[in-house]
Design a protein around this ligand. Sequence first.
Ligand code: ADP
Length: 451
Amino acid sequence: MKRISFVNKLTIWYSFILLIIAIGSMTLMYEMAKQSSRDAATAVLVEQVSDAESRIVSSGRDFEYSSGIKYYSSNVYVSVYDEGGSLIEGRRPASVSGQISFADGEYQSVQDSDGGSWYIYDSLCAVDGRKLWIRGITSAGLNRVLHGITWKTSALIMIALLVSALVIGRLIAVRSIKPVRDVVATVEEIRRSGDLSKRVEAPKGDDIGQLAENFNSLFDKVEQMMETEKKFTSDISHELKTPLAVIASQSEYALEDEAYRAKALKVINTEAMRMSEMISRLRLLAGSDSDNLRLNREVINLSDILSSIAEQQALIGSEAGVTVTSDIESGVMVNADITMLIRAILNLIDNGIKYAGEGSCIVIGLHTEGSFAVCSVSDDGPGISADSIDRIWDRFYREDLSRSSRESWGLGLSMVKAIVEAHGGSVSVSSAPGEGSTFTIRLEREEQEHD
Ligand code: ADP
């Protein structure tokens, strides 16, 4: 089916509405003109009949000879009848029947034998105890002519108005729709060329400008997503290159040198485990991207969990020469996925041990602040530079590549953020170079343990 353009649809709609308004106004004007010309004709009719009546009354019984009634004046015929309806004196149009019954003080609209229209007005008056009918007749035909002229004139004016409204309206519609057409053309151009850097231009401040702005911010978002996607893919391939190269070379050695085989297999196993961990983190992050991070939540005693983590990490830390202590408020409950939450907290402690290094101190804290449980991991390590502090949450971001070991992927903090946010909480960092770092997780806390 052929598509009707927006301008044509608009033209059809407002033409239809204009047509209805025009027909309505014409009918109204015609009816008003008709009414006023009828009123004018009947007013003259009444005037002439009243004039005759006053002359009859003033001339008394002799009116038949000396009343001076105007029997035809201002297009009105006047005639006088006795009470029985017999004509005494006067004039009436030849084509109008003399048999029309009398009605005191009322108008009658009658047709004559030639099809002409007339108004009749009767008045009953008494002269010296004698009752007389005075009948006035005037043509309605003249009014017809006037009606016809009025009708034609208003029809012509309406048609002229309608045509000019159509032409002007269409011009306005075409002009106003132009920015929308420009928006559509640019969107089509972007779709065809795939060039996401193009932007839609439209006058600001109106609805179309708003539409263009919305399109532009949509393109910004899509462009940014594509960029992230590209960077993400290139980062993954870059990160996988080294372990795969290690696996390839180690397997070659293992094949060639039997004595070296066990050592090579150990290296291959370590690399495979590392890649598996990376893929597990990436899967978790992909799930968080689509708001699909599945949590098995339950009410847990975070104080108990953190205390046992602190104990266990104190042992691991001491092997690396790091002191791990804790300052934990007891009985703090949260509704969380215990595995995920432990994974996030361990990652922060692990970073502390890794980046603060030998001789440093790590404090694991937990306290409540209103309805929140606030868990912190502080270290007195090198801290994070101002340049990096906002970027450490980005995937594959590592502050100092020379400093980071092959143990780091730059995925840990993005994973921590994804886990905490999936719980409806927030994570933040406060750090300065040389002054250590404190990572803080805030979660809504539960009042008490449910049974
Ligand atoms: P990685 O796997 O590299 O540890 P993360 O996402 O956990 O990845 O950390 C991103 C970067 O943030 C790290 O490369 C490091 O530069 C910085 N960072 C994280 N935690 C600390 C910390 N406790 N002290 C100093 N820098 C840190």
